[in-house]
Design a protein around this ligand. Structure first.
Ligand code: 13P
Ligand code: SF4
Length: 316
């Protein structure tokens, strides 16, 4: 059967998905930026690092990755013998797409001798050219591996700027990419919201613009933000993050006062990643049933990309 076949779907999709998972020996990994209903059906919900770790330790017949393409690629690289399927092959990432392997190859060649540290939000082709991978939760630690060496940091310029400040490495050679979700929070809107909720703590991702980070009390990856919000159930939080993260916080502290940091344009849903949101419950059912679409990384490329990914996991 073709992998993208749309089948008649049962009325109780949740139950049908659970049944298919059992039948196929499938494990569903989901990022915190997924719709709440998708998160609730996953076996593991996590940030980029936690999902890479889970993929490294997995034992199953099939991995269903509810996230974006580079995450599924990472799971496939870590598990050459296990099929990795995704609900929607079009769920890419503006940041990863903004750093095409050919252009990155030329960029690296312009800096002979420099080592390459790459944020996990990059294609397998870019990872294969890297010495080490990092996520936002371990980037500072990974930079320390390159003391005294010229270092390229790609592809997120905001994360690079934050890491440079935290580590004192103001000589990083930076690929000038950005994420359309993290970059689009409005510093002005945030300032207004802070005035309305003066007792709130502001939590933000390091991939946000500096004008937003300047107003933040706490800067961390998705998991760090969730843990921080949960740790103070009685204090309001204003959070500059993707909408899906609110579900994960509310599951643990339902009564907590939570405010979403506003986007640049009040009419847009800037804080919802349009790629992550392509994955729906219906498509999750279809991909389990069809066992596809499948993410395949060419063998040689996968071998090269595995080295810096495993190095990160062993250092984390
Ligand atoms: P983390 O999962 O590392 O917090 O990164 C967020 C993100 O941008 C996922 O695409
Ligand atoms: Fe890419 Fe940004 Fe979406 Fe993450 S939130 S998948 S970095 S576009």
């Amino acid at each position: 059967m073709p992998q993208d076949t749309v089948l008649p779907r049962p009325a109780d999709l949740e139950e049908a998905i659970l049944e298919l998972k059992r039948e196929k020996g499938a494990v569903v990994l989901a990022h915190f930026y997924q719709e709440s209903e998708v998160q609730d059906l996953a076996d593991v919900v996590g940030d980029s690092l936690a999902l890479a770790r889970a993929a490294q330790q997995i034992d199953c017949e099939m991995i269903v990755f509810c996230g974006v393409h580079f995450m599924a690629e990472t799971a496939a690289i870590l598990n050459p013998g296990i099929p990795v399927v995704v609900p929607d092959m079009a769920a890419g990432c503006s940041l990863a797409d903004g750093c095409p392997p050919e252009a990155f190859k030329s960029f690296v060649a312009e800096h002979p001798g420099a080592k390459v540290l790459t944020y996990i939000n990059a294609s397998a082709g870019v990872k294969a050219m890297s010495d080490l991978i990092c996520t936002s939760s371990n980037a500072v630690k990974m930079v320390a591996e390159f003391e005294g060496e010229d270092l390229i940091f790609a592809p997120d310029r905001h994360l690079a700027r934050w890491v440079a400040r935290e580590t004192g490495r103001d000589d990083l050679i930076v690929w000038q990419g950005a994420c359309i979700v993290h970059e689009l929070f409005s510093a002005k809107g945030l300032a207004k919201l802070k005035i309305q909720h003066p007792d709130a703590e502001v939590l933000a991702h390091p991939e946000c613009d500096q004008a937003v980070l300047d107003q933040a009390d706490f800067i961390a990856s998705t998991t760090g933000i969730i843990a921080r919000a949960v740790a103070s159930p009685n204090r309001p939080s204003i959070v500059a993050t993707e909408d899906g993260v609110f579900h994960a916080i509310r599951k643990q502290v339902p009564e907590k006062e939570l405010y979403q940091a506003p986007g640049m344009d009040e009419s847009c849903e800037c804080n919802r990643c349009p790629y992550m949101r392509l994955n729906t419950l219906e498509k999750l059912y279809d991909c389990l049933k069809n066992e596809g679409p499948r993410v395949v990384v060419p063998e040689e490329l996968a071998k090269q990309a595995l080295v810096p990914i495993e190095r990160m996991l062993s250092l984390s």
